[in-house]
Write a protein that binds this ligand. Structure first.
Ligand code: NAP
Length: 308
């Protein structure tokens, strides 16, 4: 029986591992299918404190893993399919042919940005296709870019991108934004933002180097197709938190984000803590996820000493 298992190998998971390892709890961290989390899909990270010259996302995650292992974290590749709470309050994790048992559990499985499902998306990530304006916006100075989506995220990203880009096209599938009035008004009042209504991207077009060249648009009312020359497309059509495997062990909001007890990372199930983007649709930053990982580790440690 483990003291603590951490599910997820992003900023929240590795920070929880560093803290629980330094508390002599010899954590086991299960990586899931995307070790390193969302930062492995970005290029340079310029806003993580302590790296004034920036650091590449994958390198930052490798550093975090090394730091966690240095203090005794064991890292295993496993994808958790389901979890049972046992009569004594411990947890049994089913990972295909393997099972693990633990007294406390920190869920840091993150959220996956939703994409359109177009054929060359995977290859274009980091080459003109991204879901994070805060991460990548500064790379696209004085060039036209596009944002897809009509919600608060899309409006926020579009407004943020006007600091850098020469022009920001806001491509939305309807003729009315879903975003809150204040965010929508702010975006539409910005002279650098041009809405492209009733439209969707049918194809991402690349140049000879494999970088984004243009978005092929389809007008959903007229059926007309056109090309929009942009150097980067920011997809802001929502995120999907990786929380489905938890079943009824946690309460979730209508979008699947785990609900934590007020001001804590604890959830409705004693001994089960949630940290990072799987429980946070609001901040969604590497540093806030790391902070939550730390908080979850401290709460797990206190839970274990209270239940000794
Ligand atoms: P969202 O509110 O769910 O909006 C997603 C947008 O993407 C919608 O406009 C939707 O179009 C569009 N969309 C979804 N699937 C699509 C597809 N397959 N093709 C084209 N368009 C598609 O998501 P969000 O903007 O990420 O916001 C999530 C939550 O976080 C919301 O509660 C939001 O208020 C909150 N948030 C708050 C702030 C803030 O207050 N500062 C900032 C960001 C997010 P339709 O409108 O046609 O459905």
């Amino acid at each position: 029986m483990e003291h603590v298992i951490i599910i997820g190998a992003g900023c929240a998971g590795y920070t929880a591992a560093i803290y629980t390892a330094r508390a002599n709890l010899t954590p086991l961290l299960l990586t899931g299918t995307q070790p390193g989390g969302q930062l492995t899909t970005t290029t340079e990270v310029e806003n993580f404190p302590g790296f004034p010259g920036g650091i590449m996302g994958p390198e930052l995650m490798m550093n975090m893993q090394q730091q966690a292992e240095k203090f005794g974290t064991r890292v295993a590749w496993a994808s958790v399919e389901s979890i049972e709470r046992q009569a004594d309050g411990s947890f049994k994790l089913n990972c295909g042919s393997d099972t693990y048992e633990t007294r406390t559990l920190i869920v840091a499985t993150g959220a996956a940005p939703r994409h359109l499902g177009l054929p060359n998306e995977k290859e274009l990530i980091g080459h003109g296709l991204t879901s994070c304006a805060t991460c990548d916006g500064a790379f696209y100075r004085d060039v036209p870019v596009a944002v897809i989506g009509g919600g608060d995220s899309a409006c926020e990203e579009a407004s943020f991108l006007t600091r850098f880009a020469s022009k920001v096209y806001l491509i939305h599938r309807r003729d009315e934004l879903r975003a809150s009035k204040i965010m929508a008004d702010r975006a539409l009042a910005n002279p650098k933002i041009e809405p492209v209504w009733n439209s969707t991207v049918a194809e991402y077009l690349t140049d000879d180097a494999g970088e984004m060249r243009a978005a092929k648009l389809k007008n959903l009312v007229t059926g007309e197709e056109s090309e929009l020359e942009v150097k980067c497309v920011f997809v802001a059509i929502g995120h999907v938190p990786n929380s489905a495997f938890l079943g009824d062990l946690v309460d979730k909001d209508e979008n699947g984000y785990i609900l934590q007890n007020p001001g804590r990372t604890a959830t409705k199930t004693p001994g089960l803590f949630a940290a990072g983007d799987v429980a946070d649709h609001y901040y969604r930053q590497a540093i806030t996820a790391a902070g939550q990982g730390c908080a979850a580790a401290l709460e797990a440690e206190r839970y274990l000493s209270d239940h000794e």
